[in-house]
Write a protein that binds this ligand. Sequence first.
Ligand SMILES: [Zn+2]
Length: 334
Amino acid sequence: MTFSTPPLARSTVDRAAHLRTDAAWLAAARVDPRSRVLLVRDGSVATSGGDGGPGDPWAEPDGEVRLAVLDPVSAGLGEDDWLFLGLDAGDVPWFARRLPAVAQTPLTGVASDRLVHLPVPEPAATDGLSWTSLRSIGAVLDAHDAGLATSAVALDHWHTRHPRCPRCGAATQVTAGGWTRLCEQDRSEHYPRTDPAVIMTVTDAAGRLLLGRAAAWPERRFSTLAGFVEAGESLEGAVRREVAEETGVLVSDVVYAGSQPWPFPNSLMLGFHARAVSTRLTPDGAELAEARWFSHDELAEQVRAGAVVPPGRTSIARALIEDWFDGPLPVPAR
Ligand SMILES: [Zn+2]
């Protein structure tokens, strides 16, 4: 089994970390008409050529959706609302402008990360642009744009959620081009947080794949098992624990496959393959509503029939499943 790199792990951007502390260079680059700016807000990026639309952040975008790319003036880049993302192959500086998250109304009865985006006043140049969730657009962006958008969304989430010093509670200042926050009270520096989570294929002796449906998900959506790494735990230990806790299956031969940033809001998904040494399924009913073993033919047939909805193409879960499947999953018949 070989692992194909999932969409958000394909960045080709030079992060140029040595320039983050070069205040003179950053000040010049921020007004350089050659510089390029993308717009980020609450897990979404501004896009053109299609409508991300409200509602399901997993929905695949319509039409030829592209990342909206602006110059610093059109983007309305201000004094303190920007992030330095790096340099592209032509030494062009890339920035993101952070737009404030608007008041949002959770849809009744759905998970808290499925929110309705309300219209918000934006720079004039964004007329005709849409906000599209990185989750839905990730799989259609090229490696260059996916890398920029992923860093922008990850940093934006961190700033929004960590405005204060965790030591003394004072408000902190953004420094290093958006990559550090500094507490002026106790001089402590704070860096973007990333929480490791493991995600895994589990196969039995017959080559069948174990998939589950989380209790919070709609009927028919199935994916690989996953969970956060606990304090003081190894990655391999987390894989064994999560599979056992959620399904009752014991696994061995835990092998690393690859990773993908998942900034919703700040996870790093670490993918593994594992071999089941028991097959009896006892889903916990709390986190996991259903667990099933699928042969290649069963999964193909059920996806084609719409009886099983696989994870979106942006996710590492999809990449792991398609590696086991040895190719793209079939498209549901309409
Ligand atoms: Zn402090």
